[in-house]
Design a protein. Structure first.
Length: 180
């Protein structure tokens, strides 16, 4: 079975448990922490991949590394350890975030800009795209992209809305070439 399919199944199960326990936000925060650690801490990742380390030692390491997590999220990590599936943690977290966003009618957006945006600018962009996409809210993560000449690029899911100066120049160039 594909990694994404397996990750989605674990995410759906964890999501259903979170809904039952009214802990959607708690699980989401925990999974953001877990994903960040798994993506940035290469030593932990290497340790958990070692075949010579027993499952119990791996679980002890996880319980020490993630002592502040809610028990259901920690239990999920233990289950993934037992089933040799720790390689899907990031994909599982992303699938959970998507389900939680869908439940709350919220979307995550990455906004690329020449400089950091003010809170008012972020709120304005969030309002525009929330209306455009029929969402209750848009959560914005701002990334400074010094390669942009001006304007912004907004990525929501797998769609990119390019309002950058470079994007406009490219569109004009394409139009001029097509009208020859």
């Amino acid at each position: 079975m594909s990694k994404d399919i397996v990750a989605k199944r674990y995410a759906v199960a964890l999501f259903q448990l979170a809904k039952e326990k009214h802990m959607l936000e708690t699980f989401e925060e925990d999974l953001r922490t877990v994903k960040e650690v798994f993506l940035t801490n290469k030593d932990l990742h290497a340790f958990l991949e070692l075949p010579s380390v027993t499952k119990e030692n791996k679980k002890q390491m996880l319980s020490k590394a993630f002592a502040s997590l809610s028990q259901p999220v920690l239990n999920t990590l233990y289950m993934l350890t037992d089933r040799h599936r720790l390689d899907i943690v990031a994909e599982m977290a992303d699938a959970y975030f998507a389900k939680a966003n869908e439940e709350r009618n919220v979307a995550d957006a990455t906004v690329y800009s020449v400089r950091l945006l003010t809170e008012d600018e972020k709120a304005g962009i969030a309002d525009v795209f929330a209306n455009k996409l029929n969402k209750d809210a848009i959560r914005i993560k701002n990334i400074v992209d010094e390669d942009l000449l001006g304007g912004i690029k907004v990525r929501i899911g797998n769609r990119i809305y390019d309002g950058s100066l470079q994007g406009k120049i490219t569109r004009i160039q394409r139009e001029l070439l097509n009208n020859r």
